[in-house]
Design a protein around this ligand. Structure first.
Ligand code: PGA
Length: 257
């Protein structure tokens, strides 16, 4: 049975005080809750990773990075390496987010370098893929998703479904309040799962978690989680509020799996 992942991507929001307050607000309620097959993840900005690990140590929340350098080590001012993240004991990192692809010119090849460095350092990548509105309108959604998967995972060995997660994030749904319908998301999630089956194997395709991201919130998450190939959310805006984040975990607990 696949887990249901409720992953918060905090982007460049929250300072030290906000981070502390959020952790305090969720720690007590998550400490005592049986989370079953729900896996909560939170990705703050780099400066707060270690602090959040400490503040949430008594909970099942996994702290994740939002990105990683494409270089292993060296004179790269401002960069953070996979080995550094690993030395903190992090288990997950987002990579290939459309904001990085758009604002930092990250190609599939760069995302692939990051993915390999993360995997070499024992960190599970949460690999984001997604089409723009122009690409969807031009009927290119499937092609774009497959190009991204093929580019980012070219010759990448995946040993088990725990090694990596994929997040389908249609660019037109991110931060716009315009969510993909469950059916629109399911269609792409199926494409991704079929690609995994053809490229890897049936077991991996069946067990690998595929998250959806793009204006997910408490009001729409149940409908999305009801889709058979959708295993959770990568959530920006709605993950910034402790009550909404907890509410989405509760909804996930009551969902189909
Ligand atoms: P959003 O962001 O939930 O605010 O649309 C999602 C994401 O960018 O991961």
């Amino acid at each position: 049975m696949r887990k249901i992942v409720i992953a918060g991507n905090w982007k460049m929001y929250k300072d030290l005080e906000d981070v502390r307050a959020f952790c305090k607000a969720i720690a007590s309620s998550l400490k005592t809750k049986d989370l079953g097959s729900v896996l909560p993840i939170l990705a703050p900005a780099y400066p707060f990773l270690a602090l959040m690990q400490r503040e949430l140590a008594d909970t099942l929340v996994k702290v994740a990075a939002q990105d990683v350098s494409a270089h292993a080590e060296g004179a790269f001012t401002g960069e953070v390496s996979a080995a550094m993240l690993s030395s903190l004991g992090l288990e997950y990192s987002i990579i290939g987010h459309s904001e990085r692809r758009a604002h930092h010119n990250e190609s599939n090849e760069i995302v692939r370098e990051k993915l390999l460095l993360l995997m070499d350092n024992g960190i599970k990548p949460i690999l984001c893929v997604g089409e723009t509105l122009a690409q969807r309108d031009a009927g290119e959604t499937q092609k774009v998703i497959l190009d991204q998967l093929e580019g980012c995972l070219r010759n990448v060995t995946i040993y088990g479904a725990e090694d990596i997660m994929i997040a389908y994030e249609p660019v037109w749904a991110i931060g716009t309040g315009r969510t993909a319908t469950g059916e629109q998301a399911q269609e792409v999630h199926r494409i991704i799962r079929t690609w995994l089956k053809n490229t890897y194997n049936d077991v991996l395709a069946d067990e690998l978690p595929i998250l959806y991201g793009g204006s997910v919130k408490p009001e729409n998450i149940a409908g999305l989680l009801a889709m058979p190939d959708l295993d959770g959310g990568l959530i920006g805006g709605a993950s910034l509020k402790a009550d909404q984040y907890l509410e989405m975990i509760d909804i996930a607990l009551k969902s189909r799996k």
